[in-house]
Design a protein around this ligand. Structure first.
Ligand SMILES: *[C@@H]1O[C@H](CO)[C@@H](O)[C@H](O)[C@H]1NC(C)=O
Ligand SMILES: *[C@@H]1O[C@H](CO)[C@@H](O)[C@H](O)[C@H]1NC(C)=O
Ligand SMILES: *[C@@H]1O[C@H](CO)[C@@H](O)[C@H](O)[C@H]1NC(C)=O
Ligand SMILES: *[C@@H]1O[C@H](CO)[C@@H](O)[C@H](O)[C@H]1NC(C)=O
Ligand SMILES: *[C@@H]1O[C@H](CO)[C@@H](O)[C@H](O)[C@H]1NC(C)=O
Ligand SMILES: *[C@@H]1O[C@H](CO)[C@@H](O)[C@H](O)[C@H]1NC(C)=O
Length: 315
């Protein structure tokens, strides 16, 4: 009797612990946008989930797609959104048995928001009428409840990076492949600073509120904003290319003429080979491959519980 109740207590203790245990997770299921897409990669090389699967010894199930926003109900862009494309594909593969994942051994990640707040959505007023940052962030957090209701139990939510520092949204930006029309770059950078910081504060509070309501779940917040800010402040700790370390420009930087068609190529300056690893950004919108190696290393360490530097587990 005594042994049984001790065993039961131990089990209860395990499932209610904060965060997954170090050797618990075997499968990594990724959702998001081009920052996470492993096919149409944004970094000019290998995307972070491939490196994270290697670093953490996980089997990878990648669902993130370039251009995605959380929902086309909120921000209508012609790309496979999380709620209308990525989740439906996941659920149909689960339903027909082609995807069989043991909940306790599987963690789900989401890195989204860049396109929701970006120049084809909130930043320029291209969202659906009345939609605000509150809606896009609520949508992203609702990804957890949606998967939880289908049996998923482990989640890592990656917040938005300091987008006011990507070349596209920085105050000293230039016409580039993502935007060539006239604009006030100071205003864009200021508004982006507000969007990203407010959005990250909202998602943190929402996750904290949600966590205690989902019994048996582990919910973590990966602070991408903090990690990228630290790379900007201390590039020598992360970047290792042969060119001077560079956290403001892009490895593949293309300057366009004002009002030039974005289907043109612009005038490009390229850092290639070992020089590319000196850059925080690959192009005017995306992290570089070396930055993605760092993201992968830190995400894998968070899931394996080897590091808590950038991750807070709420449950
Ligand atoms: C999008 O709108 C449709 C139609 O109103 C609705 O059924 C669906 O639940 C909405 N999706 C999200 C993610 O809000
Ligand atoms: C299961 O569904 C997915 C997504 O719709 C599809 O690609 C796959 O071919 C289906 N597999 C089976 C065995 O039906
Ligand atoms: C751009 O916006 C900033 C901040 O609102 C303002 O101070 C500046 O005068 C604007 N520049 C131009 C050229 O309008
Ligand atoms: C960073 O890279 C950009 C784009 O190639 C370049 O214009 C800029 O001068 C570089 N900055 C430093 C500090 O090397
Ligand atoms: C760019 O387009 C804007 C809006 O159509 C126009 O006002 C401006 O004169 C154009 N500038 C150049 C350099 O073509
Ligand atoms: C930089 O470090 C990564 C490991 O984080 C390594 O894979 C890459 O080859 C290094 N780059 C250079 C140019 O040495």
């Amino acid at each position: 009797m005594l042994t049984v109740s001790f065993a039961l207590l131990a089990l209860v203790g395990l499932s209610s612990a904060i965060g997954p245990s170090p050797n618990q997770i075997k499968n990594l299921v990724t959702f998001g946008d081009s920052y996470t897409d492993v096919v149409s990669t944004g970094d000019g090389g290998v995307a972070w989930p491939i490196y994270a699967a290697r670093d953490g010894n996980f089997k990878l199930f990648p669902f993130a797609r370039s251009g995605a926003t959380c929902s086309n109900n909120l921000t209508s862009v012609p790309f496979p959104s999380l709620f209308e494309s990525q989740l439906p594909l996941y659920f149909s593969e689960k339903a027909n048995g082609s995807l069989r994942l043991i909940p306790d051994e599987t963690i789900y990640t989401l890195w989204i928001g860049t396109n929701d707040v970006g120049d084809t959505a909130l930043l320029t007023g291209h969202q659906a009428p009345g939609v605000t940052l509150v809606d896009t962030v609520s949508c992203a957090v609702n990804w957890i409840s949606t998967l939880y209701n289908s049996g998923a139990r482990n989640f890592l939510f990656q917040n938005m990076v300091p987008l006011q520092h990507v070349p596209l949204y920085s105050s000293d930006s230039y016409p580039n492949r993502y935007w060539t029309a006239q604009r006030n770059t100071t205003e864009w950078s200021l508004f982006m600073t507000e969007l990203v910081n407010s959005g990250n504060a909202l998602s943190k509070l929402m996750l904290q509120t949600l966590a205690p309501t989902l019994h048996g779940a582990h919910i973590g917040l990966f602070d991408s904003y903090g990690l990228f800010s630290d790379i900007i402040a201390h590039p020598m700790n992360y970047l290792n290319g042969t060119a001077p370390l560079n956290v403001t420009g892009a490895a593949h930087a293309c300057v366009f003429e004002l009002n030039e068609s974005t289907s043109q190529t612009g005038v490009c300056t390229d850092a290639v080979g070992p020089a590319a690893d000196s850059f925080l950004w690959f192009d005017e919108l995306h992290p570089s491959e070396q930055t993605d190696r760092v993201v992968a290393r830190e995400v894998a360490a968070a899931i394996r519980r080897k590091s808590s530097k950038w991750t807070t587990w709420f449950s």
